[in-house]
Design a protein around this ligand. Structure first.
Ligand SMILES: NC(=O)c1ccc[n+]([C@@H]2O[C@H](COP(=O)([O-])OP(=O)(O)OC[C@H]3O[C@@H](n4cnc5c(N)ncnc54)[C@H](OP(=O)(O)O)[C@@H]3O)[C@@H](O)[C@H]2O)c1
Length: 289
């Protein structure tokens, strides 16, 4: 099938290309090739490529930056999704919109299921929730896939930062009262690849299974890599005030995909181990070459 991917240069976008390349014909467009905030450019690209499926992975993902650059966050995450969903509907394509755990406020205190009511705390979360609404309003054959705490090859993500700091011998203070589900972008790409084979449209949670705090996440990274002598200390979130409010407990539970026979993502520790010992190691060799 012909699939158009937006944000193809990002963590998820590049893993979608990795996962879908052998089986599908791809139009993988980076921000330089398609700015989703430009409605005319979106219409032209979709008309030119005539995809049967659109996976919209492009987003403004700087959660704190969005509090400053409000217009930009809404332009990309809300209006950009409007443009993509409308164009998908016009040519009868299936549409996959990737959303976030930050549409929730964290007050539930337990993993969120697909039917739980969103209530975002930040500009980023609100702009992504508008994206969800536009996807469902404008494109009949839509999938909304919420994910969380994403890391992957080449990304400036939590895992990469912890590895760099731990190897440098820096003291690490990580919050131990914020809970989420770390997710390997490669696993999410496989999940999306399975989902789009179905006609079971609607909202799904696509995170690696399980819950941890940032402190536990960092401890596992250091343990798997066997980095010795790291000074890792637990801390409270209120010791690190940030521009954007974040949900204290935004782990995602998958109840929808399992019900339609799509394989859920593996446990987070298994996925992390795979990433650290394959993708991360490959990247290091390449950067030393
Ligand atoms: N990262 C997380 O922890 C996380 C958590 C939950 C949900 N998500 C969602 O998962 C999806 C994938 O995230 P990710 O981690 O792969 O993000 P990412 O690595 O930041 O990739 C996003 C991509 O979108 C591109 N982009 C930004 N503005 C654009 C525009 N106007 N037009 C077209 N492309 C544009 C970026 O290009 P430039 O780099 O050139 O700006 C980047 O390549 C997003 O929908 C995000 O909201 C992410």
């Amino acid at each position: 099938m012909k699939i158009l991917i937006t944000g193809a240069g990002g963590q998820l976008g590049s893993d979608l290309v990795r996962v879908l390349t052998p089986r599908h014909k791809l139009a993988a467009l980076t921000r330089q090739e398609l700015d989703v905030g430009d409605g005319a450019a979106v219409d032209a690209a979709v008309f030119r490529e005539q995809p049967e499926i659109i996976i919209h992975a492009a987003a403004y993902t700087d959660v704190d930056g969005a509090e400053r650059e409000i217009d930009r966050a809404y332009r990309v995450n809300s209006a950009g999704t409007w443009h993509m969903a409308e164009a998908a509907e016009r040519i009868g394509a299936k549409f996959v919109y990737v959303s976030t755990d930050y549409v929730f406020d964290g007050c539930k205190g337990a993993p969120y299921i697909e039917r739980d009511k969103p209530n975002p705390l930040s500009v980023y979360g609100t702009s992504k929730l508008h994206g969800e609404k536009f996807a469902s309003m404008l494109c009949e054959r839509h999938f909304i896939v919420r994910t969380s705490w994403l890391y992957g090859r080449g990304g400036n993500n939590f895992v990469a930062k912890i590895v760099e700091k731990a190897r440098r011998g820096a003291e690490l203070r990580l919050v131990d009262d914020v809970f989420g589900s770390p997710t390997y972008s490669y696993d999410l790409a496989v999940f999306i690849g399975s989902l789009l084979e179905t006609e079971e449209y609607g909202t799904y949670h696509g995170s690696n299974e399980g819950v941890c705090t940032r402190y536990e996440f960092a401890r596992e990274i250091i343990r798997v890599l066997g980095i010795e002598g790291v000074k890792l200390r637990p801390a409270k979130a209120d010791m690190f005030p940030l521009p954007a409010a974040r949900p204290a407990h935004s782990a995602l539970a998958d109840t929808a995909a399992g019900a339609i026979g799509v394989k859920p993502l593996r446990p987070w520790k298994e996925a992390l181990r795979h990433f650290l010992l394959t993708d991360l190691a490959d990247g290091r060799e390449a950067s030393h070459a």
